[in-house]
Design a protein around this ligand. Structure first.
Ligand code: GDP
Length: 384
């Protein structure tokens, strides 16, 4: 508050025509800090590529304390499971609710055909939930579980992308921001890292995979910034190293991996791209990842939904018209003809919600709205 009044008086002294909207950024800042931030990160890729270790290294937490690892026999018929871990992190008074979505079992079974499907379904379900909440009556406290970014781990042992990698990324690139990761980079020499990165980038282009695109930097940015931005773009796929242990290197305690021939340091940019990845995720592009999720991926989903709902209604209308014209004496059903139990359940839930709100408040206008919403639901069931 004090800072604000100072700004105000400064401006007032300088310019009598100062209205005060220059404080808008401060107002937004205060409000956002109070509300806190959230971010949902998905990690995907074959098991054993170091996903959990990297997540722990990125956020300095131990998110996988209770993880149960399956043996080879159990993994033969393993289906992809989706697990979710949430942690509240606070730094300098700014709160971040971080959700990590993991996909254990991905690529583990003998037959991995369409094993990306449950991951795609999970992402769609989060969009669907958001769409329902957004179209409901109480939109104030919607919990946003949409996935903002997916780190896709590529094995360092193959020659570029495997068919499963291509399939996964192609199936998901319209739903989520994919950031490719070259796992366990300490198993490769610098030349190998360079070659693999080049090959993977080439294949990504060749197969028409749309990974997350870093926004172009403004032409008036300073040269240092532009160079950093270019370096970030050239680093794709990020070659990373993860470690859950702290070792001593040159008299300093660092997160690293100790080998008989030396130490690899996770946060040393001469050893890997870990710091670049962390900065990108947390410091520079978190908001852009959220914006692209909202403006592109969710909008695509929403447009798709509305399109198919409209088609359903038109079909229903035409069907009703045809039945009327054929002169039948039977009453025309106004509820959707398919036995769509899911839709019916939703309508019931909405009706109950309307009833509840209605009995809680009962102001005149709400009463009217509730009635019209109810009749919409009874009529078509798609305006939810
Ligand atoms: P996940 O199944 O993908 O979650 O893989 P984990 O994080 O459980 O790691 C599997 C194994 O790889 C563990 O023994 C880790 O210590 C090891 N590991 C993790 N990250 C790295 C890395 O960057 N380099 C090397 N060489 N090994 C790693």
């Amino acid at each position: 508050m004090a800072a604000n009044s100072e700004i105000n008086s400064d401006y007032e002294d300088q310019d009598k025509e100062y209205v005060g909207f220059a404080t808008l950024p401060n107002q937004v800042h205060r409000k956002s800090v109070k509300k806190g931030f959230d971010f949902t990160l998905m990690v995907a890729g074959e098991s054993g590529l170091g996903k959990s270790t990297l997540v722990n290294s990125l956020f300095l937490t131990d998110l996988y304390k209770d993880r149960k690892l399956l043996n080879a026999e159990e993994r033969i018929t393993q289906t992809v499971e989706i697990t979710k871990h949430t942690v509240d992190i606070e730094e300098k008074g700014v709160k971040l609710k971080l959700t990590i979505v993991d996909t254990p079992g991905f690529g583990d079974a003998v037959n991995n055909t369409e094993c990306w499907k449950s991951v795609a379904d999970y992402i769609d379900q989060q969009f669907e939930q958001y769409f329902r909440d957004e179209s409901g009556l109480n939109r104030k406290n919607i919990q946003d579980n949409r996935v903002h970014c997916c780190l896709y781990f590529i094995s360092p042992f193959g020659h570029g992308l495997r068919p499963l990698d291509v399939e996964f990324m192609k199936a998901l690139h319209e739903k989520v921001n994919i950031v490719p990761i070259l796992a366990k980079a300490d198993t490769l020499t610098p030349t190998e890292v360079k070659k693999k990165k080049f090959k993977i980038r080439e294949e990504i282009q060749q197969y028409g995979i749309k990974i997350y695109q870093f926004p172009d930097c403004d032409s008036d940015e300073d040269e240092d910034f532009k160079q950093q931005d270019q370096e970030l773009k050239d680093s794709i796929p990020f070659a990373v190293i993860g470690s859950n242990t702290v070792v001593e290197a040159k008299g300093k305690r660092v997160r690293g991996r100790l080998y008989p021939w030396g130490i690899v340091e996770v946060e040393n940019s001469a050893h890997c791209d870990f710091v670049k990845l962390r900065n990108m995720l947390v410091r520079t592009h978190m908001q852009d990842l959220k914006d692209v999720t909202r403006e592109t991926h969710y909008e695509n989903y929403r447009a798709h939904c509305i399109q198919s709902m409209t088609r359903m209604v038109v079909k229903e209308r035409n069907r009703n018209k045809l039945t009327r014209e054929s002169g039948t004496d039977f009453p025309i059903p106004v509820i959707p003809s398919t036995t769509d139990t899911e839709t019916e359940k939703l309508i019931r839930e909405k009706d109950e919600e309307v009833q509840r709100r209605h009995s809680e408040h009962e102001p005149e206008h709400e009463h009217k709205n509730a009635k019209s919403v109810q009749s919409c639901h009874q009529g078509k069931g798609w305006l939810l």
